[in-house]
Design a protein around this ligand. Structure first.
Ligand code: PA5
Length: 416
């Protein structure tokens, strides 16, 4: 069977693996997790781990001939969907377009209106997914009502994805919209493999079964107590070790740029899960090779406060040869006859060598291909890594009291 991904780290990081691995702490946690999986118990927030074991029952609801899907949601209700969609979009040209309405931006509506003017669509060619776990998020609700007006003459099919019993659930029922539920205990940023992510993605033509299959494979290797066999635990321990050493910036350095949104999804996951009780690691995303020409100087010679995780796709299955040219040997010796992705691989290897020479720490996550299975595996591995990290940092991985506070304050202002 094809490997899901490879996770590699430098020798200097190997020592602390066992040193920081408080066996009791993680293995007791793993016992709890195994029980959740065995009993299919959705009463704990860790039950996001059960999602890949579910069958996507909605498949019958998927309308044919869609040309445009509009996802209205923000944070955990849209970032994962956007990350998977953008990772696959350029490779799978037949995916239906997804238009994301997340923040409040009037220009998004102007763009949508122009788009519909330029390429008019029929009624049954548009679907809207309104995604909100709580059903109370201002941006999402405001965007939805404006969207209804913008799409008035289309009367699109509307799917509402929310917690059973939320105020949005009741509203959707009254309006006779199709409703899909989110398991109550699965919090927003861990919900990409629930209806939140897989339903709109399946509408667009992404294979949900493959996404879930990748994640299910990861459950087998990432829930064991030996960090040398468990990449999620190894990664968590390495991040924790470097955090303790003052490296409190963690960047996913992605190749190709199609993975940029994976990095943005991870930023939310890490920031909201770990940033509390005056603790936290600042997540960033760096895009290869573009950011070698903007950030690399800082990374190589600036403050030694960063840990990098290179995320590299080995085989893109699409490549273009640099055509033979007399001047090439002079302009760029060694490049003639090479393919674009081959060249990127050479740059990547060069960068790793430079990192080692400069004694800068990094890990690498190598995906065999850019497809549903690899992405499902990657997302699941990173979610598991974060819950281990939260245990090591002794913070609650599943709440977000700071975010709740801004929502409360805004509500007060609006009421006035
Ligand atoms: O992870 C989280 O809980 C948040 O980022 C939410 O996903 C975000 O605030 C959107 O919330 P909701 O899905 O309730 O609209």
């Amino acid at each position: 069977m094809r490997p899901m991904f490879q996770f590699n780290f430098q020798k200097i990081s190997q020592v602390p693996l066992t040193f920081f691995h408080k066996k009791g702490e993680i293995s007791n946690y793993l016992k709890k997790i195994k029980n959740i999986l065995k009993e299919k118990n959705y009463k704990f927030p860790e039950s996001f781990l059960l999602l890949p074991t579910e069958k996507p029952i909605f498949l019958k609801k998927i309308p044919k001939n869609l040309k445009l899907i509009i996802v209205v949601g923000i944070g955990g209700s849209s970032l994962g969907t956007e990350a998977v969609y953008k990772a696959l979009k350029r490779k799978k040209a037949d995916l239906v377009e997804i238009f994301f309405l997340d923040t409040l931006n009037p220009l998004s509506f102007s763009e949508l209106i122009s788009k519909l003017k330029l390429a008019p669509l029929k009624r049954d060619e548009i679907a809207v997914c309104l995604v909100s776990k709580t059903g109370k998020t201002f941006e999402t609700i405001a965007n939805f009502f404006v969207l209804l007006r913008v799409l008035k003459r289309y009367q699109p099919k509307i799917f509402v994805i929310t917690n059973e019993g939320s105020i949005l659930w009741d509203f959707a029922k009254k309006r006779n919209y199709s409703i899909l539920s989110i398991p109550k205990e699965v919090s927003g940023r861990y919900s990409v493999l629930s209806n939140v992510g897989i339903f709109p993605l399946a509408l667009a033509g992404v294979d949900p079964k493959e996404l879930l299959a990748g994640a299910k494979e990861v459950n087998k290797i990432c829930l064991i107590a030996n960090p040398l066999k468990n990449p999620a635990l190894a990664s968590a321990l390495i991040i924790f070790y470097h955090y303790k050493e003052g490296k409190n910036i963690y960047s996913n350095f992605v190749f190709p740029p199609d993975l940029e949104f994976f990095g943005r999804w991870y930023c939310q996951l890490m920031a909201e899960s770990l940033g509390k009780d005056k603790k936290g690691i600042t997540p960033t995303v760096t895009v290869g090779t573009t950011d070698f020409h903007s950030l690399a100087q800082l990374y190589f010679d600036g403050p030694r406060d960063k840990l990098i995780n290179f995320v590299f796709v080995k085989n893109l299955n699409h490549d273009f040869q640099i055509p033979p040219n007399r001047d090439l040997d002079f302009l760029f010796p060694g490049s003639e006859g090479k393919k674009i992705w081959e060249l990127t691989l050479a740059i990547f290897e060069g960068v790793k060598k430079a990192y080692i020479k400069k004694k800068l720490p990094f890990t690498e996550t190598i995906l065999p291909e850019l497809d549903e299975r690899s992405l499902g595996a990657l997302f699941q591995m990173k979610m598991i890594e974060i819950i281990f990290l939260a245990k090591l940092m002794r913070v609650n991985a599943f709440d977000q009291p700071g975010v709740e506070l801004y929502k409360k304050e805004t509500r007060k202002i609006l009421r006035k």
